[in-house]
Write a new protein. Sequence first.
Length: 277
Amino acid sequence: MKETNRRYKKMLWDIYNRPEFMCKPRGLNIKEKINHSFKIGMEDPIITIPERKLSYSFMFGEAAWMLSGRNDVASVAKYVDGVKRFSDDGVTFFGAYGPKIITQTSYIVDTLIKDNDSRQAVINIWRENPRSSKDIPCTLSLQFLLREASNELWLHTIATMRSNDAWLGTPYDTFNFSAISFYIICWLNFHGLECKLGELNIQAGSRHLYENDFIKLDNIFKSNYDDKDFNLNNLIEKYTKTPTKFIDILWEMADITGNELRPNGLLSERLDYLRYG
């Protein structure tokens, strides 16, 4: 089993079998760990356990939607219709990450170019004193740290979240935060600062599982699916010349259609498009 899958499987097992708390936010039963850290190598950020039944069209579409700076419902709901329920007006999302990310990307790149060791490369996603909404951001901030190891520069990302649903959210968050980091790396390399993807640490105030997802976990725990590793670091050179092409390719990957019934559907075709498209 590849490392990303193994770590996700272990994290689910730990929360379910060794929760720190069992409580009922909004009247819904959860098992929970607080101040919880989940780490993966961003070179291979895609969870591919078939029993999880992830929507890869939504995964890539949501990442493209964020990196395009969008907050509209229509362009992301076409991949998973259920996200509409989080919009207050059916038109936009109050807590959309994209507008926050896209307006701060240049600051991140400039900061890290001026001082490779900076600790100030932070994207703020939280809204101060948020109004009542169905879409309060789960993520507070993204911090990017360049650090040297083995005579190379590696970009490490720390995502700080107030709340993280380990079943529903973590697989998509893992890819989204890694895709944002990859986009920043492409811009850093574009400006002559050679670096690679390092580690992603998703630090959650509350990482939890809802009771209605407990029944789905047994199939995950039994899974021994063995998948090939995928290395985004091998694609940095391809997208460095035109970093925005990465966003275009993500949209196109999300729109690939065909037989979605086999394990992981069209994931291999979509990854080939990322490599060769």
